[in-house]
Design a protein around this ligand. Sequence first.
Ligand code: NAD
Ligand code: UDP
Length: 325
Amino acid sequence: MRKRVLVTGGAGFIGSHLCERLLEEGCEVICVDNFFTGTKDNIKHLFGNPYFEFIRHDICFPLYVEVDEIYNLACPASPVHYRFDPVQTTKVNVLGSINMLGLAKRLKIRIFQASTSEVYGNPSVHPQPESYWGNVNPIGPRACYDEGKRCAETLFFDYHRQHGIDIKVARIFNTYGPRMHPNDGRVVSNFIVQALKNEDITVYGDGSQTRSFCYVDDTVEGIIRMMNTPRGFTGPVNIGNPEEVTILELARLIIDICGSRSKVVFMPLPEDDPVRRRPDITLAVKKLGWKPRVGLEAGLKKTIEYFEKVISTTGYDFKKGIDIG
Ligand code: NAD
Ligand code: UDP
């Protein structure tokens, strides 16, 4: 019997790669998405697969399906997107998590939560271990996402303690790769599109802030390994690549790989933009036997190849990044 797996947010960037991997592993996949930030393009190649099923649904409303496992990824992840509709962002994290946890409770099944490094906010501990409680502004423009994800973690752990739900929580750090939306406003997609068009590269602030970028295949491998750990290990566990770069270094690397004529321009730093971010992955190495395999340069090359294809087929005319119906 094939395992039947529900993936919420399955038409998004990471979710679509996860659906693909689960199908390859012989699972039956039910993908649920409301196309808030995801697109049909991300999953259209899966529609012919008899073991893939899509349901257009907003997880802020209850969902009745019969499945063996849930991966809960539904939530806009780009700051541009979550700031576009902050109330909906909090709702998907709180109401959406309650609905998915309720489903896991009724079915007595395991549930994975895609949490985030944003729970650490603007961290005063570096690199960030899972034991660090974070430094988050609860009323700032990023709070809908950061506090939403923190509350989702609280809900997962309370359902675990109160109802014995088998939970798996991973804190995912900045992930990049093919199927990021060209217009989604995240740094890797912005810089690549700008470099390929020989347009100015928009560095926010002085570019000295750091991030640690993980290639999507590595992230998906970490997610699946976390889901398959023995019962009793709940996490949270960091999934990310400890290779830390400044945003200015990233801009120069992308210009270099693309052979671009773009110039760097400096723009205002968004409010509450974290100064530095790098995962401590000791726990993931120990518990999941996992560490990233794809280095930044190699991952960027694959991502740039993808964007070159997108640009040659769309002629730079990308569909809008947000589908709010
Ligand atoms: P994404 O925006 O590409 O995907 C999110 C998906 O969720 C989209 O397809 C969107 O339409 C869907 N969605 C949003 N609200 C929904 C709702 N109410 N009901 C049903 N579907 C809904 O983002 P992503 O980068 O693929 O991120 C996936 C998950 O991983 C998110 O939970 C995100 O918070 C988490 N994460 C991502 C990163 C990253 O760097 N990409 C880092 C940390 C955590
Ligand atoms: N950033 C930038 N130029 C851009 C987009 C983003 O300099 O065109 C910066 C942003 O201010 C942040 C970093 O790149 O410091 C990562 O931003 P992103 O939105 O990708 O994710 P975050 O880690 O902030 O959630």
